[in-house]
Design a protein around this ligand. Structure first.
Ligand code: NAD
Ligand code: DAU
Length: 352
């Protein structure tokens, strides 16, 4: 048995691959194009491990996906690959439509062709697990209940619109063709290997460099935060025990305003790596708000708990402390990401 993971060199994907192989000997074929967000250094611990087969390639490449399905005959596809950064989607939405919509379409068509050749138990147990986001539901008012799986889709950014489109394709491939799919919609992840374009890692690395900590608008926007390995365990639960055709919301029951997150990071750094220039919060700088910025996300994660018994293991306090410590312990990883040196590995590996 084996599974095919897409986007397994990105933030959540690499955590998922490491976590999976720490708990199971079932091999992973990891298909990743190594965009700016893909970093094989995240997976260095698996060098020489035969259970991890890395394939540098594009999910939009139908011939490649077909070949991988024929060669490796995975029992499931776990689909992480995406353009994931909202700010980048505002500056350049085309890449988001291509990877998130067209790429998901290509995978679904390849999966459908492969699945139709199976029979019996192999066909019944086969899964396409689509990893999606809470942003498809739009923005909540302060008094609104958290997002449930039954909420209408109201995406507001090019990123969330592209993810919503991919969710709809996945739903339709189940409804029309019977493809056995599950979809998970998760809130904001944080933890190790997080690319420092996103809020938490950006604040940590900027603070350590004595640079401004850019807070969009008033900083009162609210997100729900989930430690990344809790997302990984939720995906495993849904993949193994989730009902076919269902969607499951995944969240940490941790609604926090951005400014509170930034202050928490500063306070942890003050304790763990004090600056001689004074508290890190002196670096907080309010900047122009993100266009169309969603005000609040919150997740009602009762369905996955009720049906599958999943709950996050980390609280925000334990998760953020581990995360800040991880960045302090990995200055070389941060330096190589910031200098772009992590991308040289691709040339060294594939230039041969
Ligand atoms: P990421 O940007 O860190 O990683 C994306 C990975 O996909 C990278 O390794 C990249 O090289 C790869 N990729 C991009 N285009 C590709 C293509 N055309 N073919 C093959 N590989 C390609 O993203 P992430 O934060 O790890 O998110 C992973 C998934 O989880 C995404 O689908 C995202 O929408 C979803 N998600 C993320 C969060 C979050 O907080 N980060 C929350 C909920 C859902
Ligand atoms: O909700 C899940 C989503 O969370 C995922 O689907 C996305 O892939 C992921 O990127 C994330 O989206 P956000 O836009 O919420 O994450 P980001 O880290 O970019 O921003 C978090 C909040 O912090 C948001 O309200 C914008 C704000 N922010 C962000 C940055 C980068 C700032 O105030 N300053 C910043 O410099």
């Amino acid at each position: 048995m084996t599974i095919l993971v897409t986007g397994g060199a990105g933030f959540i994907g690499s955590n998922f691959v490491l976590d999976w192989l720490a708990q199971s000997d079932e091999p992973i074929v990891n298909l990743d194009v190594l965009s700016y967000a893909g970093n094989l250094e995240n997976l260095a611990a698996l060098d020489g491990d035969a259970r991890h087969v890395f394939v540098k390639g594009d999910i939009c490449d139908r011939a490649l996906v077909d070949r991988l399905l024929v060669e490796h005959r995975p029992r499931a596809i776990v689909h992480f690959a995406a353009e994931s950064h909202v700010d980048r989607s505002i500056h350049g939405p085309g890449a988001f439509v291509r990877t998130n919509v067209e790429g998901t379409f290509v995978l679904l068509e390849a999966a459908r062709a492969h699945w139709s050749t199976l029979d019996g138990d192999a066909k019944a147990r086969w899964r396409f697990h689509h990893v999606s986001t809470d942003e498809v539901y739009g923005s909540l008012k302060a008094e609104d209940p958290p997002f449930a799986e039954t909420n209408a889709y109201e995406p507001n950014s090019p990123y969330s619109a592209s993810k919503a489109a991919s969710d709809h394709l996945v739903r339709a491939w189940h409804h029309t063709y019977g493809l056995p799919v599950v979809t998970t919609n998760c809130s904001n992840n944080y933890g190790p290997w997080h690319f420092p374009e996103k809020l938490i890692p950006l604040m940590i690395v900027n603070a350590l460099a004595g640079k401004p900590l850019p807070v969009y608008g008033d900083g009162r926007q609210i997100r729900d935060w989930l430690y990344v390995t809790d997302h990984c365990s939720a995906i495993r639960a849904v993949l193994e025990r989730g009902r076919v055709g269902e969607t499951y919301n995944i969240g940490g029951w941790n609604e926090k305003a951005n400014i509170e997150i930034v202050q928490t990071v500063c306070a942890l750094l003050d304790r763990l790596r004090p600056s001689t220039d004074g508290p890190y919060s002196r670096l907080v700088t309010h900047v122009t708000d993100r266009p169309g910025h969603d005000r609040r996300y919150a997740i009602d994660a009762r369905k996955i708990e009720r049906e599958l018994g999943w709950r996050p293991a980390e609280t925000f306090e334990t998760g953020i402390a581990k995360t800040v410590q991880w960045y302090l312990d990995h200055p070389d990883w941060v330096a190589r990401v910031q200098s772009g040196a992590y991308r040289e590995w691709i040339g060294q590996q594939y230039g041969r």
